[in-house]
Write a protein that binds this ligand. Sequence first.
Ligand SMILES: Nc1ncnc2c1ncn2[C@@H]1O[C@H](COP(=O)(O)OP(=O)(O)OP(=O)(O)O)[C@@H](O)[C@H]1O
Length: 160
Amino acid sequence: MQRDSNNILKSFKNAFEGIENALKLERNLKIHFFIGIVVAIFSLFLPLSANDLLWIYFAIFSVIGAELLNTVVEKFLDLFFKEYSESVKLVKDIAAGVVLWYSLFSVVVGILILGKALFSWEPSFAKFFVSGVLIFFPVISFSMRRYRNDRQGDKSTGGR
Ligand SMILES: Nc1ncnc2c1ncn2[C@@H]1O[C@H](COP(=O)(O)OP(=O)(O)OP(=O)(O)O)[C@@H](O)[C@H]1O
């Protein structure tokens, strides 16, 4: 019994160390983590229902979870593939896409729930805003990412 509880404690310790190390390694994770904590605390002081809070917390945990998985994929691939490879790029970009996907969800949750609580946005305005974000956010994000990756690709292939 004592051994079981020691094992459980050790598993928790390992898992916390994993999160701590991922935070040290990944700047984007650090940013999302910081924003997540600020929004999570701030939301507690707003006149929100338990349901609203649940959506906000779900969005925060989803983005950070996706960032952690993205870090796993990146670090794992970096262990075995040091050189530029189209296949590595494909897998890493999809993993990054997962983060983008959940970030988009969190923006939608933010507009619908925080928009109402903070700025008293009408549902029709919030829906209009959400439609705009759903169209423009991915387009802009993918364009920026492609531009950055193209520049990285140029560097790694020496502009060939
Ligand atoms: N070995 C590689 N071969 C091809 N492309 C790569 C390689 N390593 C990284 N990339 C490209 O660079 C992007 C960033 O990958 P990197 O491992 O540097 O993560 P990062 O700097 O933590 O960025 P982010 O967290 O924003 O995804 C990848 O999405 C991929 O397009």
